[in-house]
Design a protein around this ligand. Structure first.
Ligand SMILES: NC(=O)c1ccc[n+]([C@@H]2O[C@H](COP(=O)([O-])OP(=O)(O)OC[C@H]3O[C@@H](n4cnc5c(N)ncnc54)[C@H](OP(=O)(O)O)[C@@H]3O)[C@@H](O)[C@H]2O)c1
Length: 278
């Protein structure tokens, strides 16, 4: 694990013991976390549904570093997924020092027209599995008085977003939960960070069938998002909003009435073919 989140008062353990679990590691921000953590010398447990993509990332990392990389193929939106992933980790003798709860997806369109099953899946992946995994892995970190959790939230967490109403609400949960938990566990030597990127150049928009959305300043690279996250974790911060333009937008929003902010977000996210409200 990175020295910065290792408690030097704890007995030194073999490097072999130190693992980061990255969910949603088969692409986008998660794959960048895997690469960056490998460069910091951490063994990795990589979870997602696409085994072949995970195997590709494992091969790429092991070509550069002599680290243990474990691939765990799992649908983390299924009920009981966190428990199954946890027992898989135990079976493989993996102790997680750093949990990166990154797997997540969004959906674009009018709430009442989007399939409810898909939105329920989103609630389970973005909220339930993230919370359950945290609950399962945190006790060992507390006992050892070391560890870190990065919960990938979003700038979507700071305001309602019409036409992505459920997604924005899931991320509001992630930011609030993570910052509350960070305060609870800091005295146990465990760091928790809510990572809030804005629009990032990954497969996210395709996976959520988003129409083209114009983000001020364009899309950020996933590598830059991960770099900002690890720097913030090293500094013991509980929240990081990546990129100056995103921080400025959030600052301005705080001065405006919430209803107006929601309306403006609706302008930005209105799908093609939906009329402007009168
Ligand atoms: N891109 C953005 O603009 C942006 C902005 C703010 C926050 N975020 C957040 O960043 C996180 C990562 O997203 P990304 O941008 O990197 O998007 P992405 O490229 O679509 O990656 C999503 C990752 O989540 C995994 N995943 C999706 N459904 C899953 C499931 N049911 N079970 C297990 N894994 C699943 C995917 O792997 P498989 O398909 O192989 O399962 C993939 O590895 C998400 O939480 C997202 O909400 C993204």
């Amino acid at each position: 694990m990175p020295d910065q989140i290792r408690d030097n008062s704890a007995p030194a353990r073999e490097a072999q013991d130190h693992f980061a679990l990255v969910t949603g590691a088969s692409g986008g921000i998660g794959a960048c976390f895997a690469r960056a953590l490998a460069a910091r010398g951490m063994n990795l447990a990589l979870a997602a549904r696409s085994r072949s993509k995970l195997e590709g990332i494992k091969a790429e990392i092991q070509a550069k570093f002599s680290l243990r990389v474990e691939v765990i193929e799992q649908d983390l939106s299924a009920p009981g997924a966190a428990e199954r992933l946890h027992s898989e980790l135990k079976d493989r003798g993996i102790f997680v020092d750093l949990l990166v709860n990154n797997a997540g997806f969004g959906a674009h369109g009018e709430f009442w027209k989007l399939p409810i099953d898909r939105q329920a899946e989103m609630l389970r992946l973005n909220i339930v599995t993230l919370t359950e995994l945290t609950h399962l892995l945190l006790p060992a970190m507390i006992t050892k008085h070391q560890g870190g959790i990065i919960n990938v939230s979003s700038t979507a967490s700071f305001q309602p977003i019409p036409y992505s109403s459920v997604y924005a609400a899931t991320k509001a949960y992630v930011t609030s939960f993570s910052m509350g938990l960070a305060e609870e566990v800091c005295s146990y030597g465990v760091k928790v960070l809510a990572l809030c990127p804005g629009g990032t150049a990954t497969n996210f928009f395709e996976a959520g069938q988003f129409d083209k959305i114009k983000f001020p300043g364009g899309l950020q690279s996933p590598e830059a998002v991960v770099e900002a996250a690890l720097r913030a974790l090293d500094r013991g911060r509980s929240l990081v909003v990546t990129r100056f333009v995103n921080r400025m937008m959030l600052f301005v929003q705080r001065l405006a009435p919430r209803r107006l902010v929601a309306r403006q977000a609706g302008e930005m996210f209105r799908p093609r073919g939906i009329a402007n409200r009168q």
